[in-house]
Design a protein around this ligand. Sequence first.
Ligand code: SF4
Length: 310
Amino acid sequence: VIWSYSTYRQFNKCQRQWFFKNVYASHAANDPLRKEAYLLGQLKSISAWRGDVTDKTLSNFVVRGIAVGKTPKLDQAIDYARILCRRQYDFSTAKKYRSGQSKSSIGVEFCALFPIEYDIPISNQELTKAWNDIELALTNFFNNASLMDRLRSAKSLLAQRALSFQINGTYVRAVPDLIAFYENDPPRIFDWKVHSQGLKSSDQQLMTYAIALKRAKPHKDFPDSVANLQVEDVRISECQLLLNIVRDYELTRDLVIETEEEIAENIFEMNLSGAMAKSSDATANDFQTTRFPEMCTTCQFKKICWENFL
Ligand code: SF4
């Protein structure tokens, strides 16, 4: 079992939901219930979907373009997002995610919306709001001159790069939205957020990414300078795209040590609950249901949790 910032948060909210998503779900399993858990694990709320379309537009179109010396324009990015939204929405409403094909073989079109699967009507108002948020996030991104400078001046840009390293024998996984390497400056990690409130800072998540950049085995396209890097040299930026705010966090040696200790404690806590020791033979009944019953209403796994394990 692999620790990540998001899986730990999920474990804290509902151990059983964590189990379904991270241990039980399997596309390749013969057990139909495990296949079903995999499928349900792909479901997204409309709000998560709008964030995902924004991320994909930035990673697959904007950052990829800048990385090869092009100058993507806002209207092109909006067109890309609009087409992506349409294709994903059609894919989801036709329930093609139940075709049996794997997500990776379908590619960027793959989308499974929670309200479609659970027969909850989606209002035009909700869809319009989601689209307006995507458009606003992209507009703020392009209009932020200092953010664009930071990207254009980079020597290389790596989007959605998975990094992993070990703490006390447990693998820790981190997938920063973007790592920018510079000729003469230390690397900067960017995290895109598409939240209407954006009050909660994501400094701890970003610090985990910085630790991962230093401690993971360097990828072939990392510059040699990564070998001499100290974690506290890495710069980290949280970009609240709906609020048009970029928060830069300072890393210090003490904060790095504190974050590593916190991750180790989180892993220990999950070990105590039996999570890290459980194999795929474990059952959902080995894991506690949530202490926040209101969470069940929007839980992807409620179908199998309520029908098969209560
Ligand atoms: S339905 Fe409720 S208890 Fe079951 S996994 Fe989801 S959140 Fe947890």
